[in-house]
Design a binder for this molecule. Structure first.
Ligand code: CO8
Length: 259
C-alpha cells in the first residue's frame, strides 16, 4: 500500500490514515481506489471490530477531492466521471460496513472529506476542525452523497445554509447541529479519544452491532442512487466548473456565467 494511505492494525480495531499533508490530505483517484482495497482487507479480517478513518498531521482531516488533479491539462469529464462513480461506490461501502466506524476529524473537513466522514457512524473532532461542503465555489455539487447525507444528519434548512453558501462551520456549531458527537481540545486528545471509543465499540457483540447499524441506517434511509453522482458528472461538462477549478488553483475569485 502506498505511503499516501495506510492501515494500522491495533488490538481489536484498525486506523486508516490519508497521508497527503501537503495537499491537505485531498483525495485523488489513486487514493479512492486504495480505500476500496483497504476495505477488502478490513472486511476479511474478523479481528478488526472497529475502523477509525483520519488524516495525517494536525491541520487537515481531508480537504475534499484533489482540485489539482481536476485542473491537470487534459483532465476530461470522463476522468471526473470515473472518480465520481468510484467514490460513490466506496463511500456507500464505508456506510454499509458491518463494523462501527469513526471519523477522527483533525482539522479541515471539506467537500469529499465531509462526505466521507458522514458515511461513518461517529464523527468526533479536534477544536481546530472546520466543516464545509464548498463545492458550489468550484461550480460543482457535493455529489459524493453530500446533498443526501448532510440534510439527513443536520436537517434541510441547515444543509441548504451550508451547501448553497459554501458556509464553513466550527466545532461548536457542528456539535449543536449533531454533525459531531464530541469535540476534543487538540489533535492529540482527539487521537486518544478515538482509540478509546474504538476499544469500547470493539468490545461490543459484533452480530448485534451489525444489526443495530443496519436497522438504524435503514430507518433514516431516504434514497441513495446514482442520481447525485450523475449530476456531479454533468457539472464537469460546464464552463463554470472549469472556471471554478482554475480560479481556485490561480488563487482568484471565480467569475461564473451560468453555462
Ligand atoms: N485539492 C488539492 N490541493 C489542495 C486542496 C484540495 N482539495 N485543498 C488545499 N490544497 C492545497 C493548496 O492548493 C495548497 O497547495 P500549494 O501550497 O501548492 O499552493 C495547499 O494545499 C495549502 O492550501 P492553502 O494555501 O489554500 O492553505 P490555507 O490554510 O490557506 O487553506 C483550505 C486551506 C481551507 C483547505 C483551502 O486550501 C481550501 O479551501 N481548499 C479547497 C477545499 C475545497 O474546495 N474542497 C472541495 C473539493 S471538491 C470535492 O471535494 C468534491 C467531491 C467529489 C468530486 C469528484 C471529482 C471528480
Amino acid at each position: 500500500m502506498s505511503e499516501e494511505i495506510y492501515l494500522e492494525k491495533k488490538t481489536g480495531y484498525a486506523i486508516m490514515t490519508i497521508n497527503r499533508p501537503k495537499q491537505m490530505n485531498a483525495l485523488n483517484t489513486g487514493i479512492v481506489e486504495q480505500i476500496d482495497k483497504l476495505l477488502d482487507e478490513v472486511e476479511a479480517d474478523p479481528s478488526i471490530r472497529c475502523l477509525i478513518i483520519t488524516g495525517a498531521g494536525e491541520k487537515s482531516f481531508i480537504a475534499g477531492a484533489d482540485i489539482g488533479q481536476m485542473g491537470t491539462p487534459g483532465y476530461q469529464p470522463a476522468d471526473a466521471h470515473y472518480l465520481i462513480t468510484c467514490g460513490y461506490k466506496v463511500y456507500n461501502r464505508v456506510e454499509g460496513l458491518k463494523i462501527p466506524t469513526i471519523a477522527a476529524i483533525n482539522g479541515y473537513c471539506l467537500g469529499g472529506g465531509l462526505e466521507l466522514a458522514m458515511c461513518c457512524d461517529f464523527r468526533i473532532c479536534s477544536a481546530n476542525a472546520r466543516f464545509a461542503l464548498p463545492e458550489i465555489a468550484l461550480g460543482i455539487i457535493p455529489g459524493w452523497g453530500g446533498t443526501i447525507r448532510l440534510p439527513r444528519i443536520i436537517g434541510e434548512g441547515r444543509a441548504k445554509d451550508m451547501i448553497l453558501r459554501a458556509k464553513r462551520i466550527k466545532p461548536d456549531t457542528a456539535l449543536q447541529y449533531g454533525l459531531v458527537t464530541e469535540v476534543f481540545e487538540d489533535v492529540a486528545a482527539l487521537r486518544a479519544g478515538a482509540d478509546s471509543l474504538a476499544q469500547e465499540l470493539a468490545a461490543k457483540a459484533p452480530i448485534t452491532m451489525a444489526m443495530d447499524k443496519e436497522m438504524i441506517n435503514r430507518s433514516v434511509f431516504t434514497y441513495n442512487d446514482l442520481t447525485d453522482s450523475l449530476a456531479l458528472s454533468y457539472c464537469f461538462t460546464t464552463a463554470d466548473s472549469r472556471e471554478g477549478i482554475s480560479a481556485f488553483l490561480e488563487k482568484r475569485t471565480p467569475d461564473f456565467k451560468g453555462r
